[in-house]
Design a protein around this ligand. Structure first.
Ligand SMILES: Cc1ncc(COP(=O)(O)O)c(C=O)c1O
Length: 368
């Protein structure tokens, strides 16, 4: 028998060809939204890093269906709980979250048939809270500026709700090794493959530490010379703890970036794998976030701006050279910050606008 190009084909090849033509007739669709999690693209940064030595690429986690890197841990931890027989349909999933993890858990819960309860910090933007409620979650908003062991803190509220709710699972991302494993199994291998092993530096924000620790573990196993650069916030304890192994409560004060830094030491952070931490300010990170949107056309969140700011500071310290291939994790999408960094009024209220910026911001023209 001849195939279309006129070559001889055997019976086995004929079956494959028949299947191929049959498959071409099929509707190409994902079975549900969860199949879209992971395999996010690397996008080269051009203008924002043009004055720096090295090549810079963003792993744009906003391409996940829940618009953030937290989709990876939500699906991984929930499916692991199912494998272990801890979760069955109709049960309740509880978590503390600044927003992104909650959205991802709510999304997974819808598809898999779980109830979702979320304890969030009052620092979370109104957009984020409304989004969680739109995804069917029951939301408790807890005061941000109380200590972790205060009964009103979102940690303690989630713990109490877990104890009170029969058939519930507490994800506890700050102290759950599965958070790290999720990135070890997905983000790390993806970056290794996407860079053909040519990555020299990984730079990522640390909140729970799951992203940086899991990704770093995989990459360092492949090549121990890859440098792992952490990003922390002023007002957080992580950098000092990394350098001194001392938890210094004096480091703690309120700051505005959500999802970056911490007022406690999460066990999901493997400090041994991180070579260095750098701290970034709310103000410079906010401007960097807006700059990424305006110059790269990438509409990403506040911590992506924090990562860009950190890249600039690390570059100033001489961290990179012309041969550096730096992969920066951009954790989420800009739409979650419309009432914060992407609001001119909010920027102005924070004192982040000088008179030039303010004039620019007020240039909107309303046709009456
Ligand atoms: C927007 C954002 N960026 C960065 C992070 C930090 O990621 P990780 O918790 O894996 O350290 C988080 C975590 O909550 C986040 O929500």
């Amino acid at each position: 028998m001849l195939n279309l190009q006129g070559f001889e084909v055997n019976e086995n090849q004929k079956t494959c060809l028949d299947n191929y033509f049959f498959m071409k007739e099929e509707i190409k669709a994902y079975n549900n939204v969860l199949e879209l999690i992971g395999n996010t693209p690397l996008v080269k940064l051009n203008k924002v890093t043009e004055n720096l030595e090295g090549n810079f690429y963003a792993k744009v986690e906003a391409f996940n269906p829940g618009h953030s890197t937290k989709d990876r841990i939500a699906i991984y931890i929930i499916e692991e709980a199912e494998r272990q027989g801890i979760l069955s349909p109709g049960d309740t999933i509880i978590e503390t979250t600044s927003g992104n993890t909650g959205f991802s858990i709510a999304m997974v819960s819808i598809i898999k048939g779980y109830n979702c309860i979320l304890a969030v910090s009052s620092k979370s933007s109104r957009d984020k809270i409304d989004m969680l409620r739109s995804m069917g979650a029951k939301v408790y908003v807890c005061p941000a500026h109380v200590s972790a062991d205060d009964e009103r803190s979102y940690y303690m509220v989630a713990k109490r709700l877990h104890e009170e709710t029969k058939g519930s699972v507490y994800i506890n991302q700050y102290f759950n090794q599965l958070n790290v494993d999720a990135h070890y199994k997905s983000t790390g291998p993806e970056i290794w493959e996407q860079t053909n092993g040519k990555i020299t530096h990984l730079i990522a924000c640390s909140g729970t530490g799951g992203t940086i620790s899991g990704t770093a573990k995989f990459l360092k196993e492949k090549n121990p010379n890859i440098k792992i650069l952490g990003v922390d916030a002023f007002g957080s304890v992580l950098k000092k703890y990394h350098e001194t192994k001392e938890f210094d409560a004096n480091e703690i004060y309120p700051y505005r970036i959500e999802g970056l830094g911490k007022n406690l030491i999460p066990t999901a952070t493997d400090f041994e794998l991180i070579d260095k931490f750098i701290k970034v300010t709310d103000e410079e990170s906010a401007h960097a976030t807006r700059e990424i949107a305006k110059t790269e056309g990438l509409f990403v969140g506040y911590t992506s701006g924090a990562v860009l700011q950190a890249i600039r500071q690390y570059a100033e310290e001489g961290e990179f050279d012309a041969n550096s291939n730096v992969i920066a994790i951009f954790p989420d999408h800009g739409s979650r910050y419309m009432s914060k960094v992407f609001s001119d009024d909010w920027m102005n209220e924070q004192g982040f606008f000088d008179s030039v910026n303010l004039e620019e911001a007020q240039k909107i023209e309303f046709i009456k």
